[in-house]
Design a protein around this ligand. Structure first.
Ligand code: DAH
Length: 341
């Protein structure tokens, strides 16, 4: 009788476990069978009414049914858990071959880019890159560069003075004397940085950038300067660039030259960038005036030097076809977007 009941329970429960579709259903079955008033629990309670001699047999039978149900439950739990896990993995699958969403990438500011390019070329040629203060003394900016107070050549640069002796440097040439005082020849330095003048139109900004170069050694000649600048310009603007040297005047160099290159936009034919001339005026340079060497404690009988200085804003405008210098300082995101290469 009891064994028949057990057999029925076993059959029915195993079947419903088989049919169960989720873990919740399995749990309900577990409660229905093993809970406080569960099928097996009730039968176990009924052991009291079984004859003592039959008890071991019935007990063994109950245990067998219990174990069979528990095993089946466990099996089904694992199966359902596996199905659920696979479903989750399938749903959360990431296709790594899919193109990613666009992420915004920044770009170097065109001035930074030009500084990097120029200093890279100069470092290749053995130059050290130095910096100097933007708030400078009259001495380093002018006097040590052979531009005494009240000298007419000061008018070449409309300087922003803070006090009578302190100013915003109007040229990176100010770093020349500082480096000559610090260093022992031979040395080669370049100094890129900000400079300031009271100038303001489409090609001039009150804050702009220059890069100064200075080489001091024995037996320096104009040939060294020309060779060095030719390499620099060709590496910056391309191998087919033509370079022209013109005589000029700067108080700190003697002789002084100005350097033009063939217009990279029209290759010398004449266009709006070069105002029809085919050439662009790029930088000032020359053989360091012996007076400048002496003022900074360098023996001008033993050593000579060459120097050069040029505008980085103009260089950047030429390289990137920028027609208004103010675009470099407005930080208009639409403009900077176009500078991405
Ligand atoms: N400092 C000059 C300027 O701002 C540029 C310059 C010319 C620098 C000749 C030099 C040089 O070192 O030799 O106009």
């Amino acid at each position: 009788m009891l064994s028949q009941d057990l057999a029925n329970i076993k059959e029915e429960v195993l079947e419903s476990i088989e049919k169960a579709n989720d873990l919740k259903e399995l749990n309900e079955i577990r409660v229905r069978v093993f809970g406080k008033t569960g099928l097996i629990t009730n039968i176990s309670k009924g052991m009291r009414d079984v004859l003592p001699e039959d008890r071991p047999k019935v007990g063994a039978l109950i245990n067998e049914v219990k174990t069979a149900i528990e095993c089946k439950l466990q099996e089904k739990i694992e199966l359902l858990e596996n199905i659920e896990l696979n479903k989750k993995l399938e749903e959360e699958k990431i296709d790594i071959t899919e193109p990613s969403k666009d992420s915004e990438l920044g770009a170097l500011h065109p001035i930074t880019d030009v500084i990097d390019r120029l200093t890279d070329i100069c470092v290749d040629m053995g130059f050290s890159v130095v910096e100097g203060p933007e708030i400078e003394t009259d001495y380093y900016n002018f006097e040590a560069m052979n531009i005494p107070k009240n000298h007419p050549s000061r008018d070449m640069q409309d300087t922003l003075f803070i006090t009578e002796d302190i100013l915003l440097r109007s040229q990176t040439s100010a770093v020349q004397a500082r480096e000559m005082e610090k260093r022992k020849p031979p040395f080669k330095i370049v100094c890129p940085g900000k400079t300031y003048r009271n100038d303001n139109d489409a090609t001039h900004s009150p804050v702009f950038h220059q890069m100064e170069g200075l080489v001091v050694d024995e037996n320096i000649s104009m040939a060294d300067l020309k060779a060095m600048l030719t390499i620099l310009m060709k590496r910056l603007y391309g191998e087919d660039t033509k370079i022209r040297f013109r005589p000029s005047f700067f108080p700190f160099t003697e002789p002084s030259i100005e350097v033009d290159v063939s217009c990279p936009s029209c290759h010398g034919k004449g266009c709006s960038l070069c105002k029809g001339t085919g050439m662009l005026e790029l930088l000032g340079a020359g053989i360091v005036n012996p007076k400048v060497l002496e003022m900074s404690g360098i023996d001008s009988k033993k050593y000579r030097g060459f120097a050069f200085g040029f505008g980085l804003d103009r260089t950047s405008m030429i390289l990137n076809s920028i027609n208004n210098i103010k675009n470099l300082y407005r930080n208009d995101i639409r403009f900077l977007e176009q500078m991405k290469k």
